[in-house]
Write a protein that binds this ligand. Sequence first.
Ligand code: GLV
Length: 319
Amino acid sequence: MPKTVFVSNVLPLEARDLIPRDIAVDYNATDTPLPRGELIARLRGKDGLICQIITTVDDEVLAEAPTLKVVANVAVGFNNIDVAAARRRGVVVTHTPDVLTETTADFAWALLMGAARRLVEADRFARSDHWTRWQWDLLWGADVHGKTLGIVGFGRIGRAVARRAAGFDMRVLYHDAVRADPALERELRATPTDLAALLGESDFVTLHVNLTPDTQHLINERTLRGMKRSAILVNASRGPVVDEAALARALREGWIAAAGLDVFEEEPRIHPDLLPLANVVLAPHIASASGETRLAMATLAVKNCLAVLAGQPPLTPVP
Ligand code: GLV
């Protein structure tokens, strides 16, 4: 029987071209989420699914797709997929780590710098009629160099963020369930720190954890109140790691100084209390969005799918 793959959203031609001609491809060339019924219908009889984080693959979807052997997510995060249910049903789940690490770390720094130096406010001001002269006290921000950076989640991306901090001569604290190798801690000049101490001491707190029941609302009213009033929070991990309503209050009432967010609890909805605030930089989930990286992610997802369909181990299964 020839194999069949469903590509549930737009994927670059260079990546799709890797799929051999004897594999039939059903390609949904849009970037909008498929209605659940259509997803289920188009998965019928398919051996592989190549999907993005906008596609929810839960137990019910998997139950309707008994021929499926692999779900290849074009993302490093995989909270859109019920991995336990997939395992129970013998479906391999893969993701795209490594290829997006540096690009995502770059963007976490863009959010950090943007929030610290009030770049979005500055841009709006410079375009407006309000800029009439050089002003001594215009748009003062926070220094980044020489400050303390707290990294929550010290996996690939957290470490890439730490590596960049050396150029800013920062003190780096990290918190993770697993302690890093001491040689790596020395190389990155990063000190393992419990969460409360990290939050209390850091000038910048940046989140790089997976979304799990343990990390859901890790940043909440209590933890926000444990941060410095001058602190800046960055989230380029997953929205639900932060309680957005509590963050909006913290930013409005000055429990912390500012934030830079690429992810939200209910994308594409942003909590309405965040929208009027000038001290938060908002981005529409684009941390890995460079041409090179998106192509590398797409290519890796296709290779993962093909490997499983060929009876080989995937390159990057989810852990
Ligand atoms: C994007 O959010 C990803 O997980 O790759």
